[in-house]
Design a protein around this ligand. Structure first.
Ligand code: ADP
Ligand code: MG
Length: 457
């Protein structure tokens, strides 16, 4: 790598740079390299790039560039399509803002109680990240003022429009000062986005990058199957070396049904769709990302834009109706230079041919007999999750949990996986071989001078 794509060539201060490097960001991704010089000049920008290309850091640095931390007023508004995405963006922004003191970021989304958000707003914030519906509700009820907003971000704009947020977005924009920097990011650029950008951006510069994943690193396979053969084919596809598999279904019902049938083979899948309670969805994502469960069954809506790394295999239980979605789905695997595999189960030949036409290519259609039967269906999973009945509100930090597990209980730090601290609870992934020891130990040891309730998940 040469230096031309290092963050250090940008006009940002040393503390910011140093923080980026502690976050593991030294070299800019292509979208960052193209967009940041424009963004830092405070120009409006349209960024076209696929999921996983690093857009959050692009607009995040733009937001911080415009932020006066001593002015305790809302200065930036970030609109995202789903609650999960908003949470993810807010977390990234928090990390990026660490080099400044006391930057307050509020997440305002649906699916969680409204009143506490009103209360939080009364204490002010610097940055708001949320979904259009809930933000609009707060605006119409006059819960916050837009006077000091100088930056607007529309993240995954195409998805927001797909989800029917066009009107809400336009209404929100009516509340904002005209003089502002607007950044719009979208994986695709249909006419609807073009229309929207005309009305909300001023002399925007468009930057575009190819998908960061060359198609060669994703092996695509297609199997012709009858619907009733799908479960047994999926079982055959699982490999013990795989620790992370996402199965996409077109409907919520299919997700639930597939989960039921996999359970009969002692596979315990996680399920993610929008009928499930928010708390459950958060927990599901944590336990899939921290490698406690190897299989996630999800709908597209629920998993949109989510940054789940290291997915070994994506299975399309059905081909999606929309082929943009197909690209989106298979892009979950083969991230960060790793290879991945995407398998589609085809029971509708017409749709398969449409897909070939869409990509202007011929795919080989395999028959499921090509895969050997296995008597033992197993996927690898190294970790299990402990739930701790305490979180940020109890001033619990990752370091406290890590300390209790290592110094307190004598676990090796390699036995401890990802730690997630939420407002009122926390999750820690523990290697299976030390799981019981960690459970017993945390139950009988104090953290922050008190006992927390620990549960196995
Ligand atoms: P997008 O919004 O384009 O889908 P994200 O902003 O979620 O992408 O970033 C995808 C992943 O890439 C995240 O895990 C993020 O931490 C990582 N990432 C972003 N920028 C860099 C960088 N410059 N160097 C290394 N990793 C990065
Ligand atoms: Mg994103």
């Amino acid at each position: 790598m040469d230096n031309k794509n290092k963050f250090s060539i940008l006009n940002i201060d040393d503390k910011n740079l140093q923080n980026l490097s502690t976050l593991g960001y030294t070299y800019m991704t292509p979208i960052q390299e193209k967009s940041l010089p424009i963004i830092l000049e405070k120009q409006d920008v349209i960024g076209k790039a696929k999921t996983g290309s690093g857009k959050t850091v692009s607009f995040g640095l733009g937001i911080l560039n415009n932020l006066d931390s001593t002015n305790f007023r809302i200065q930036s508004l970030v609109l995202c399509p789903t609650r999960e995405l908003a949470t993810q963006v807010a977390n990234t922004l928090k990390n990026l803002a660490r080099y400044k003191h006391n930057i307050k970021i509020l997440t305002l989304t649906g699916g969680v109680p409204y009143k506490p958000q009103v209360h939080s707003l009364s204490h002010q914030a610097h940055i708001i990240v949320g979904t259009p519906g809930r933000i609009l509700k707060h605006l119409t009820e006059d819960n916050f003022s837009c006077e000091s907003i100088n930056t607007l971000v529309l993240d995954e704009a195409d998805r927001m429009l797909d989800m029917g947020f066009t009107e809400d977005i336009n209404l929100i924009i009516d509340y904002l000062p005209k003089k502002r920097q607007t950044m719009l990011f979208s994986a695709t650029y249909p006419e609807t986005i073009e229309e929207l950008s005309k009305t909300i951006l001023q002399n925007p510069i468009t930057v575009e990058v190819e998908s960061t994943h060359t198609s060669s690193s994703i092996t695509q396979k297609f199997y012709e199957v009858n619907t009733h053969q799908k479960t047994s084919l999926i079982l055959k596809l699982f490999q013990p070396t795989q620790k992370s598999v996402i199965i996409f279904c077109n409907t919520k019902i299919q997700c639930d049904e597939l989960a039921d049938s996999l359970e009969q083979y002692d596979i315990e899948p996680l399920v993610l769709h929008s009928d499930l309670e928010q708390k459950y969805r958060d927990e599901t994502l944590i336990m899939f990302s921290n490698k406690s469960y190897p299989v996630l069954i999800a709908t597209d809506v629920a998993s949109r834009g989510l940054d789940i790394e290291d997915v070994d295999m994506v299975i399309n239980y059905d081909l999606p109706n929309d082929f943009e979605v197909y690209t989106h789905r298979i892009g979950r695997t083969a991230r960060a230079g790793k290879d991945g595999i995407a398998v589609s189960l085809v029971d509708d030949l017409g749709r398969f041919e449409d897909l070939e036409e869409y990509f202007d290519t011929k795919f080989e259609l395999l028959v499921s007999d090509d895969i050997k039967d296995k008597d033992d269906v197993r996927l690898g999973y190294d970790y299990s999750t402990l739930y701790i009945n305490g979180g940020k509100r109890h001033k619990l930090r990752a370091g406290d949990i890590l300390g209790a597990l290592t110094a307190g209980i004598g676990l090796h730090k390699d036995d401890i996986g990802r730690i997630d601290i939420l407002p009122t609870c926390s999750y820690v992934a523990i290697k299976n071989s030390s799981y019981q020891k960690a459970f017993d130990g945390l139950n009988s040891n104090k953290m922050k001078n008190r006992y927390f309730k620990i549960y196995k998940r």
